[in-house]
Design a protein around this ligand. Structure first.
Ligand code: NAD
Length: 543
């Protein structure tokens, strides 16, 4: 331990590159895209710092050009899970006792590398492997991941600073140990930043981790792992184990050393995990911390005083950016009858200008959805609406998987506020609108609050302050991230801590102090400078 209190610089959010025509950033990124597209790689597991090849492989493809294979990756089985648990536990003591300033320096260096030389690598890998446009990749895999590294390091030192009161004869101290075991980080396909955050936030706090990336994001996630290694992450602290989720889960949840789960993904998978942990509870050495951010059915609720231009931009960005594959994407909207005709006309005009295609053509606003399974599922919702007499598709609705998994930005108008596409998470570029009578505002707000089991994000649009107050009040528990006159997507680390309750998760707010607290196991220490020498109390004397 050093004889000083060190301070981590108070972070500011990473500036977003604009990749304007003729810029060096754009040129370098395009070169990296070409290089990655043309050179197929092999991705091993990384356990205890060693590359492991199991021969049981799968491929990483480009969703907007599905015949193009970027990589072949090896998958973990029972033997590799056992190896990973062993490797993690072997380095645990050394990692947790490393002075925290050295631990955090690794992640601050990772942030700096990602902000400079690694930016093009991780952005290009995300664009190709997950079909993100340059802007969507930049705000995710570069800026948000850099912010996670820097802000979480800072929050951890704020926690370490928090100490209890002492008296003149006793010094009370709290030390923030990591959890006793390993953390299982299970990450989704849709954000490279979340994939990087879930294993690293517990690791910063001194924990050791098994990281199971999503099968459709292994490509970019592998480069995140390589970045961490280059930044100096010691072998075994984070172990990279792609494979089938349910198979890996089965072996991991069987270990007595499971100390926590850091999950982001669908509600169904999270509930299955929680049940398995519950069934195994007596096996574990501690109650595993369960942190999960899951699905959403995010709303835009409009009052008749709303500014229509702002609303249209928010609806399009909120519903269709990254093909609607954000947990926060707007997927249902409540519009008052009095403004609907004007709004409809201009909304359809704007949507008709949206370009969709290959992410290497920077003029595209949208690209493909992630895989065949997602394509089929989204298409089935659109088919359902086409065949219903309670719904009308007013734009889009075409799906084409001949080259890549393309689905047009689609707007459904329904007469039933509890229509299937108003309730269920679709996770694609589909927005369903319900038109309400202006004098039924309160009733419709209640409907919005009750229609879906989720509580992730929501946005209200109004100029009338009294209406804003009322809307916010009725929708108090409907969202964990609530927006007034802004789209419900695009939360920024350090500005809008992200997460929701109800069926949307444990609401532990990724990229915040609240989340970091979950990976700590405090010990209270009392040192007495003047302990009693007699067990008897004064009240025991009669004279
Ligand atoms: P998913 O649930 O299909 O997969 C998430 C991860 O869980 C993957 O790594 C997968 O392989 C793994 N997995 C699947 N079954 C498993 C099992 N039985 N045991 C262990 N691991 C298992 O989700 P996805 O398609 O990757 O991501 C989309 C979902 O994530 C959406 O529902 C979206 O709303 C949600 N999401 C939520 C947030 C948030 O912060 N609330 C953020 C991003 C995504």
């Amino acid at each position: 331990m050093a004889n000083a209190y060190f301070k981590v610089r108070k972070p500011i959010n990473e500036p977003i590159y604009s990749y304007e025509p003729g810029s060096l950033h754009k040129k370098k990124l395009k070169e990296k895209l070409k290089e990655m597209r043309m050179n197929k790689i092999e991705i091993p597991l990384i356990i205890g710092g060693k590359e492991i090849r199991t021969g049981n492989t799968n491929v990483c493809i480009v969703p907007h050009n599905k015949e193009l294979v970027l990589a072949e990756y090896h998958m973990a089985g029972k033997k590799e899970i056992e190896m990973a648990i062993k490797a993690a536990l072997e380095v645990k003591k050394e990692w947790e006792s490393m002075p925290w300033e050295h631990r955090l320096s690794i992640f601050l260096r990772a942030a700096e590398l990602l902000s400079t030389s690694w930016r093009y690598i991780i952005n290009a890998a995300t664009m190709l492997g997950q079909s993100k446009t340059v802007f969507q990749a930049e705000i995710d895999s570069a800026c948000e991941l850099i912010d996670f590294f820097r802000f979480n390091s800072y929050y951890l030192t704020e926690i370490y600073e928090e100490q209890p009161n002492s008296t003149k004869d006793a010094w009370n101290r709290v030390e923030y140990r990591p959890l006793e075991g390993f953390i299982f980080a299970v990450t989704p396909f849709n954000f490279t930043s979340i994939a990087g955050n879930l294993p690293t936030s517990p690791a910063m706090a001194g924990n050791v981790v098994l990281w199971k990336p999503s099968s459709t994001a292994v490509f970019s996630n592998y480069f995140v792992m390589k970045l961490l290694q280059e930044a100096g992450l010691p072998d075994g602290v984070i172990n990279f184990i792609p494979g089938f989720g349910d198979e890996i889960g089965r072996y991991v949840f069987d270990s007595e050393w499971l100390a926590g789960v850091h999950f982001t993904g669908s509600t169904k998978v999270f509930q299955t995990m929680w049940k398995t942990i519950g069934d195994n509870l007596t096996k574990y050495r501690m109650y595993p911390r369960i942190v999960g951010e899951t699905g959403g059915k995010d709303f835009i609720f409009v009052h008749n005083s709303a500014d229509i231009e702002t609303l249209i931009a928010a609806m399009i960005r909120g519903a269709f950016e990254y093909q609607g594959q954000k947990c926060s994407a707007a997927s249902r909207a409540y519009i008052p009858e009095s403004i609907w005709l004007e709004l409809k006309k201009r909304l359809l005009e704007e949507i008709s200008t949206i370009k969709m295609g290959d992410v290497e053509d920077f003029t595209n606003f949208m690209s493909a959805v992630i895989d065949q399974k997602a394509f089929n599922s989204i298409k089935s919702y659109i088919e359902y609406a086409k065949n219903s007499n309670e719904a009308e598709i007013i734009c889009g609705g075409n799906c084409d998987d001949s080259v890549g998994y393309f689905i047009e930005p689609t707007v459904i108008v329904t007469t039933n506020p509890k229509f299937k596409t108003m309730k269920e998470e679709i996770f694609g570029p589909v927005l369903t609108i319900y038109i309400y009578k202006d004098d039924e505002l309160d009733k419709t707000l209640e409907l919005c609050n009750d229609t879906s089991p989720y509580g992730l994000t929501g946005a209200i649009f109004a100029q009338d302050r009294k209406a804003i107050v009322k809307m916010q009040k009725i929708l108090y528990y409907a969202a964990g991230n609530f927006y007034i006159n802004d789209k419900p997507t695009g939360a920024v680390v350090g500005q809008q801590p992200f997460g929701g309750a109800r069926a949307s998760g444990t609401n532990d707010k990724a990229g915040s102090k609240l989340n970091m607290l979950r990976w700590l196991n405090p010990i209270s220490i009392k040192e007495n400078f003047n302990p009693p020498k007699d067990y008897r109390y004064v009240f025991m004397k009669e004279k």
